[in-house]
Design a protein around this ligand. Structure first.
Ligand code: ATP
Length: 466
């Protein structure tokens, strides 16, 4: 059973060091979040798993890490300067600003709200009697376009710096490097370029914890294809991504595919599907798969004057701009989804209720915790040996935890989702046969709560079995 309310996860994240409110000691900065010691481990593992699956282990993929700040012409070519807008409405009573389409989603449904024209938003808010979430009044201004890109200045001399944008997506960094990758890696179609990085959008109504923030991370792929093969490859990507999420433990019944209506499509896309997750507040986009055609490459060709065509190696006279399929993952939303899905409250045989984060073992922030039974010096020394052994002989994330009673430490490790705990006791030291043989330890499994006694010399093999 996943989290039933967002608050359960928000509070666990703060209490256990996953995610903290940003700039906390200064009273915060609205909708900014900092990943704490466990959050950064979780996020790094998600990113690493993504990179391994989609870049390192695929012969048709290469990686990239492009700059956040780019020539402003990039954003003119991509259409972001002209059309990366949301419909902004003001409440005339309290002056709070909202995204008109989002206010209407509950009444009209996501699809219908997304296709409203700018002129339709205010009349619809009025006729549907949508109250201001801040003050409750229903006096809305006409909707106007609000560009979501953050601007900043480049250069040190006031007034002389050019206005430039913080990238609102990582995708354009890939398109502007298309030629560099072609020339250096000589890939054959179909092939893709993957990148993980920060993106910035001046969202009108951020919220729901890390679901919608103004600074977030994306994991994006631009997959270049021969237009003839596009349909099959689009479907294959949809399945691959579905399998990635479900393979890491997201239940199929809380995922769905939603295809965008014709009027909802972005200016560059002829087909887009979202994979949505059933968040505690309703269905929300987790991942987007778009057919971008050759829109971006042809725009950049036109704006930069560079030839960005691909030459068919089997037929060198056949030069063309490939079409692009874009699988785009929100990294923070993906992490949030894993947190919500992992959250479990369950009753133990003795009637106690425990909270346990049932993360897939590959993404759990800590894989193994080594716990000396008590704070006795020789016990701690032996436990440290086991800890060091695991650090030296495995690639796993290992924690050493001595604070509090053993019961409390098990509870903490359950709450942070550690799949295995290894307890070092007086049996290990050869001082108490009842606890176990000398040089053996107890392995406790997070999910089954099963405990097994294992020789330290066979620990690696035992761990591998889990
Ligand atoms: P939405 O409709 O939720 O605004 P979008 O359709 O604009 O999202 P895309 O441009 O397709 O999103 O971006 C790809 C992915 O990036 C999304 O599927 C989502 O996971 C993530 N994402 C987009 N905007 C944000 C944001 N403000 N905060 C966190 N993640 C985001």
């Amino acid at each position: 059973m996943p989290a039933t309310s967002l608050d359960q996860v928000v509070s666990l994240c703060k209490r256990r060091g996953f995610i903290f409110p940003g700039s906390d000691i200064y009273g915060g900065l609205a909708n900014t979040w900092d990943y704490g010691p466990l959050g950064v481990e979780l996020k790094n593992k998600v990113k690493k798993h993504w990179w391994t699956t989609f870049v390192r282990k695929r012969i048709d993929m290469v990686g990239l890490d492009s700059a956040i700040l780019m020539n402003r012409r990039v954003w003119e070519a991509s259409g972001h300067v002209g059309s990366f807008n949301d419909p902004l409405v003001d409440c005339k009573d309290c002056n709070e600003r909202f995204r008109g389409d989002k206010l209407l989603e509950e009444k009209l449904g996501v699809e219908a709200a997304a296709i409203l024209t700018l002129d339709q938003v205010q009349p619809m808010l009025t006729s549907e009697k949508i109250a201001c979430p801040n003050c409750g009044s229903c006096t809305w201004s006409p909707a106007k376009h609000f560009n979501l890109m953050f601007k900043t200045k480049q250069g040190v001399i006031e007034g002389e710096g050019d206005d430039i944008y913080m990238r609102p997506e990582t995708a354009q960094g890939i398109f502007v490097n298309f030629k560099n990758v072609l020339n250096t890696m000589r890939p054959r179609l179909p092939f893709g370029i993957g990148q993980i990085g920060k993106a910035f959008r001046n969202e009108i109504t951020p919220g729901n914890f890390t679901f919608r923030t103004r600074e977030f991370e994306q994991m994006e792929i631009e997959y270049f294809v021969d237009p003839k093969e596009k349909k099959t490859l689009f479907d294959a990507w949809q399945q691959t991504v579905w399998d990635w999420y479900t393979g890491l433990g997201i239940a199929k019944e809380r995922l769905r595919v939603r295809e965008h209506e014709q009027d909802e499509l972005s200016h560059y896309s002829s087909k887009t599907i979202d994979i949505e997750y059933q968040f505690p507040w309703g269905w929300g986009e987790l991942f987007g798969l778009a057919d971008r055609g050759n829109y971006d490459l042809s725009q950049h060709e036109q704006f930069s004057g560079e030839d960005l065509k691909y030459t068919d190696p089997d037929e060198p006279t056949n030069k063309f701009l490939p079409d692009v399929i874009e699988p785009s993952f929100g990294c923070d939303r993906t992490v949030l989804t894993f947190l919500l899905e992992a959250y479990t409250e369950e009753e133990l045989p003795n009637g106690d209720v425990r909270t346990v984060m049932k993360f897939d073992k590959r993404i759990a922030p800590i894989t193994i915790a080594v716990l000396p039974l008590s704070k006795k010096e020789n016990l701690i020394a032996k436990a440290k040996e086991v800890y060091q052994l695991l650090l030296d002989e495995t690639n796993l994330t290992v924690d050493f935890d001595v604070t509090g009673s053993i019961g409390k430490r098990y509870r903490r490790q359950d709450e942070i989702g550690t799949p295995l705990c290894i307890t070092v006791d007086f049996g290990t030291l050869g001082e108490d046969k009842e606890q176990g043989e000398a040089d053996t330890v107890t392995i406790r499994d997070r999910d089954s709560l099963e405990q097994k006694r294992v020789k330290i010399s066979e620990l690696r093999e035992a761990i591998a079995q889990y």
